[in-house]
Design a protein around this ligand. Structure first.
Ligand code: PSU
Ligand code: MN
Length: 302
């Protein structure tokens, strides 16, 4: 395994000492945000985790190895590799074999974090059931990964570019706890409330650590989704965003955008249609998730 996993010294030392570590994905860097905002976000989120007393571990595939923790030069190189492969569970072995640079999705990052022994992972939003999935069958492999890898993912819910009710149904079927922090509504990424009830609610990092302990005591496998609502001052209300999302989705359909290209297309188009406001919100929510994930990681090791 150590031939494939390259754990950064700082991350390895923290794991060995039982100190809190927070994993970070890399598709958000290469496919989720434009240069140079993507690099600024990646650096800032690592700094936010350190400020909370935890160690960040950004994960990516480079040179035939899975890097758990990227040095700054590698982070910068990745942020300027727009043709990096978008690597999910199905792609990771081929990416390693080819030696190409791969940016890990939520699914692949969970898989890698589990291999490294990292329990907590922060990101923006997870993939899910796409609108029109009854025809396209487009359901993100992120959902299935929650049934497999024992990693807690702190996110801002899922984007309203997805079919959120169907996404929650699939997670329930897979036995995945979906826990919203501090409110009863399940958040929709840029918006705190999109009219959906959260399956579960907890109110503190200590309660979340208690959930993890109870799952371990029960021998339950798989991951946990923690939905952390975007800070109120950064949110875009759902009424404002819903028609913009609908327009972007119609354009994607009209242009025949399919498969892995759908999420990046919609994100870029929604950014244009909101004059950049969606990107500013996205950065704010990722930073908030990183801080909360670090607090949870602290509570778990306490
Ligand atoms: N949400 C974001 N930005 C992103 C993604 C989701 O705000 O970049 C990425 C994540 O890496 C997620 C992936 O795992 O999109 C899901 O892609 P797909 O739907 O093709 O599985
Ligand atoms: Mn998909």
């Amino acid at each position: 395994m150590s031939e494939i996993l390259e754990i950064a010294p700082e991350v390895g030392a923290a794991l060995a000492a039982g100190q809190p570590v927070v994993a970070l994905e890399s598709t958000i860097i290469t496919h989720g945000m434009p240069w140079p905002d993507n690099l600024a976000m990646a650096r800032q989120v690592e700094a936010d985790i350190r400020a909370q007393g935890a160690v960040p571990a950004t994960i990516a595939v480079m040179g035939g190895r899975i890097k758990i923790g990227l040095e700054d030069a590698a982070l910068e190189a990745l942020a300027q590799t727009p043709d990096a492969l978008k690597v999910s569970r199905a792609d990771i072995a081929a990416c390693l074999a080819s030696g190409r640079t791969g940016a890990t999705t939520v699914a692949a990052t969970m898989l890698c974090a589990a291999q490294a022994g990292i329990e907590v992972f922060a990101t923006g939003g997870i993939g899910g059931v796409h609108q029109g999935a009854e025809d396209s069958f487009d359901i993100s492999a992120d959902l299935q990964e929650f049934a497999i890898s024992p990693v807690m993912v702190v996110c801002a819910g899922a984007k309203a570019i997805l079919d959120l009710p169907k996404t929650l149904e699939v997670l329930e079927t897979l036995g995945v706890p979906v826990v919203t922090l501090g409110q009863d509504a399940f958040p929709g990424f840029w918006s705190r409330d999109v009219g959906l009830a959260s399956p579960l609610r907890l109110d503190s990092a200590e309660e979340v650590a208690g959930l993890m302990a109870a799952r371990a005591a029960l021998g339950q496998s798989g991951g946990v989704l923690i939905a952390n609502p975007i800070p109120a001052e950064a949110e875009i209300p759902h009424e404002v965003l819903a028609p913009i999302i609908a327009q972007a989705q119609q354009e994607a359909d009209a242009q025949g955008v399919r498969g892995k290209a759908v999420t990046p297309y919609l994100l870029a188009r929604i950014k244009e249609l909101t004059q950049g406001q969606s990107l500013a919100s996205n950065i704010a929510l990722v930073r908030h998730n990183a801080c909360v994930a670090a607090q949870i990681a602290q509570a778990i090791v306490a």
